[in-house]
Design a binder for this molecule. Sequence first.
Ligand code: SF4
Ligand code: ZN
Ligand code: ZN
Length: 331
Amino acid sequence: MVKCHYCEREAVVRLPYAKLNLCREHFAEYLLRKLERSVNRYKMFGKGSRVVVGVSGGKDSVTLTKLLSESGLAKMLVVHVNLAIGEYSRISVETVRRFSVEHGLDYLIVDLSEYGIGIPELVAKTKRSPCSVCGMVKRYVLNALTMDLGYDALATAHHGDDMAVYIVKSFLLQDYDQLYKISPVNYEVPGLAARKVKPLYEFYEFEVETFAKLYGLPFVSVKCPFKHVGWLESYVRELLDRAEEESPGFKVSLLRSHARRTMSMRSAEQAQPKACASCGLISSGTECSFCRFTRRALGQPMGLVVRRWIIGKAVAGETRQVSGDQPSSVG
Ligand code: SF4
Ligand code: ZN
Ligand code: ZN
């Protein structure tokens, strides 16, 4: 039996980059400390901040939410965007609902089919890839919600394995605008864009998954039918996995160097932010990409419609919905 580094119990996980074998309890403690260090290292938000957490229902987002809630670092509102992708979305909504209720968390589900902007409907009206449409819609809704409900930051569950791949891929494509966006913190632009933080920036995917399983968190394991991984992404992932195997900790060094060099830089949108003529949120041109896209696909820009719905929910007190009788800090 391999023993835990800190106690007599059996180790259930090995962290090669830290040369540690840990039992279930010390693993959880280790991850909690790691989360707190990341939040402080990158000055993501101050203690007691009000943070919207974007939760898809996958292992990454439920682990982030559980760790944040255990840490007591923030007052959270769990937000799930129901993408209306058939059975996949039905399972995701149910998982987020169950997870939030089990953990006594305030949550809000934004149902895109209410506006006729479910991902399959949008994809049918464009030549863009489903994931790029989906990413743009989710980013818009979560930013609008964080702004309109007056939260301090928006947290998402991007982990280090994915971030490292996106960094190298963006560099190979010489997409510097994208490179600047891959950061543990994207600073707020007052009145236009929320502060965005990635508390799992230095976490490995295996840590996130092991935690979710060891603690029996409900998470969605079915794949989205639109999921597609391109050849370049697969190639870069394989390369980075081999580098990590040869030299444990390689990915975190890469992520830290990247953050040091790019955190003070701004994407084009952030460097010269404008207000979208249709919805008033951040844009690099006359209209933001969401309003431009929905105008083309549906004949009218939907930004303001989404924002009015969000504010309506807050006024009606529905952001405290469903997670019991405790009013949330919203509304
Ligand atoms: Fe959206 Fe693509 Fe993820 Fe499906 S796989 S949920 S379309 S980003
Ligand atoms: Zn132990
Ligand atoms: Zn807009």
